[in-house]
Design a protein around this ligand. Structure first.
Ligand SMILES: Cc1ncc(COP(=O)(O)O)c(C=O)c1O
Length: 403
């Protein structure tokens, strides 16, 4: 007997996107279950443990019965710690009232849009980019206006002309992800300044997605929020996921102007009441406690980056920047695809998985190709794979690619 029937779901469901990278994970898992070796470069998850002092703080908080509801915007010690930490790293001043704690970084995207975007408003967002931007803009009735990247001398740069050309009187919001998934791009100061000037000129509110802010191997970043006139029009997306290897804990925050943050906190009341209470105490330890764990995570990631960049560039037909931030590489695979005769991204990805076990995402997992886009790219994440497997997997990829 089947219980299937047709459901008259709401129209908006047809506009809801997803993260197709999770489908790549499922495919890789199925391939592995059949007894094949898989080298997982596909998902931005981490195979590193959360630092022990943070784990201990969570178990202590449970034992201390931090298990009931807590304030909707978050516990005060965490809001204060986030305000102090982000204020210090950005060179601006935030107070606890500027912080609404969230169950992860991702909810900030939806809550920012719910707070500021009316149906029909246009939103600029990066493509390639984190797919949830486009999904949420369209789901909530906005108009998604993608902007791309152009290859620069040492890394990708924003396609600034495309951003300027896309602005209309209906443009209200700009989503800016610096440091960037999937390209690993980091905006030079001039680029961030030019973008801020554009936001001021056109009166745009900005979501500054800083999920990878602390995954930085050298140099420093300048946040768009820290530029003159920008703090009052920018909401920062913060997450504990990457810096402290806490992807599954679901802890993050929205940091921005008090009025916007108070609306976001009211959305918290409506959606989840509060972020898990004892997890927030672990967040306080993460920010205020011993930082050795986070430093070790970064050192491991740096070693993986150096190895993966070297080995990818060693493959004929593949070329790749060495980004100073994030844990993603976005190699140009145009020549490889041409030589192997692959017309589509999916052919490349499937053949690589089935013939070498190397599993990765392609440019299409981060949005539709933009008009005029002629180069082909893949995304290799090195957050979930050890150096020995990076070496073995990319060795197999090279042998296959050059055969
Ligand atoms: C650019 C970007 N923003 C936001 C997020 C969401 O992070 P979280 O896992 O904390 O929800 C991610 C996660 O991969 C990301 O890549």
């Amino acid at each position: 007997m089947t219980l299937e029937r047709t459901y008259d779901v709401a129209d908006r469901i047809a506009r809801l996107g997803t993260e197709t990278a999770f489908a790549v994970s499922a495919e890789a898992a199925a391939w592995q279950e059949k007894g094949n070796r898989v080298y997982p470069f596909h998902l931005g998850d981490m195979n590193l443990p959360t630092p022990q002092n943070i784990v201990d703080a969570a178990t202590k908080a449970i034992a201390d019965r931090k298990t009931g509801y807590c304030p909707n915007a978050g516990i005060m010690p965490l809001r204060e710690a986030l305000a102090a930490d982000i204020g210090a790293s950005h060179g601006i001043v935030y107070a606890a009232e500027n912080v609404a704690v969230q169950p992860g970084g991702k909810p900030v995207i939806e809550k920012f849009l719910l707070t500021l975007m009316d149906p029909g408003d246009e939103v600029l967002y990066p493509n390639p980019g984190f797919p949830i931007y486009e999904s949420q803009i369209e789901f909530l009735g906005g108009v998604a206006k993608p902007y791309g990247f152009v290859p620069g001398a040492t890394n990708f740069l924003l396609d600034f002309e495309a951003i300027e050309a896309a602005i209309t009187p209906r443009t209200k919001l700009l989503i800016f992800n610096n440091l960037h998934n999937p390209t690993g791009a980091e905006s030079p100061d001039e680029e961030t300044e030019a973008l801020a000037a554009l936001a001021l000129e056109h009166d745009l509110y900005v979501l500054s997605d800083e999920a990878y802010w602390d995954i930085r191997y050298s140099g420093r970043s300048k946040s768009i929020a820290s530029l003159p006139g920008m703090q009052e029009r920018t909401v920062i997306l913060y997450t504990f996921s990457k810096k402290f290897a806490m992807t599954g804990w679901r802890l993050g925050g929205a940091i921005g102007p008090k009025v916007l943050v108070s609306h976001i906190a009211t959305l918290n009341v409506n959606q989840e009441s509060c972020t898990t209470h004892f997890i927030q105490w672990a967040g306080v330890e993460a920010l205020r406690g011993d930082q050795t764990g986070a430093e070790e995570i970064l050192a491991i990631l740096r070693e993986r980056r150096d190895l993966a960049v070297r080995l990818l560039n060693d493959i004929d037909g593949v070329s790749c920047y060495s980004p100073e931030a994030t844990f993603y590489l976005f190699p140009d695979v145009t020549a490889l695809m041409e030589r192997k005769g692959f017309a589509t991204y999916d052919e490349l990805r499937r053949a690589a998985l089935e013939q070498t076990g190397v599993s990765f995402c392609t440019r299409l997992h981060f949005g539709r190709e933009l008009p005029g886009e002629s180069r082909r790219y893949a995304r290799f994440a090195y957050s979930g794979i050890d150096t020995a497997d990076i070496a073995e997997g990319l060795g197999k990829l090279k042998a296959w690619a050059e055969a």
